[in-house]
Design a protein around this ligand. Sequence first.
Ligand SMILES: N[C@@H](CCC(=O)N[C@@H](CS)C(=O)NCC(=O)O)C(=O)O
Length: 230
Amino acid sequence: MITFYYSLAPNPMKIVLCLEEMGLPYDARPVDTRKGEQHAEAFTTLNPNAKVPVIVDQDTGATVFDSNAILLYLGEKTGRFMPAATPAARGELFSWLMFVATGIGPYSGQAVHFKHFAPEPKEYAVNRYIYEAKRHYGILDARLAQNRYMLGDGYTIVDMAVWGWARMVPFILGDDAWAGLPNLKRLMDEIGTRPAAQAAQALKDRHAFKAEMDEEARNHMFRHLGVKAA
Ligand SMILES: N[C@@H](CCC(=O)N[C@@H](CS)C(=O)NCC(=O)O)C(=O)O
């Protein structure tokens, strides 16, 4: 059994998809980040970074945080949705997984923050993060023009990592963004029809998370508010 700490945000959603694809039993524990539950001591003991997702694997005693680390952990644990165990294939796995972890995730997150949540003036930040997020998604699209999946012919944990954020491309980049990313759209549509993705989406019916991004939520999630950095 795996204890899975989650919200419905992009990084935890990658992990639900993966747990469902692998058929691993899990006990899903909601962490309502708009209510500040990520800052509770019991949670920061598991993840000092105070963010979801986290898993605790009761079979092995391992606690793992950071979505892409969890994908790699689950891939190694089960041996499923992984590329061939050759140095060349592992090199590709590490490269693309880290590209998603260090590029797609952070630029998408900042693009969403500045576009949808930050106060004015924000034009410079919006331009920078939308530009960089778009550039990163373009790299995925070009890769998927040459390959059915991110690592070639087989569906892997890298495609699951991409799905977490890329299914939300219109919210991140704008309503017309799919027009410039047809290959990425094709992969998102394909993953979206998988029973595991549908089970992952159904997780939203299990718990009523706080919906309002009000002052309480902003204070828990944007903790720089009211603090002078320098
Ligand atoms: N690098 C981390 C980022 C995790 C992350 O940013 N999680 C968000 C949800 S997608 C979160 O917990 N936000 C709450 C907060 O920032 O207070 C990962 O990939 O898991």
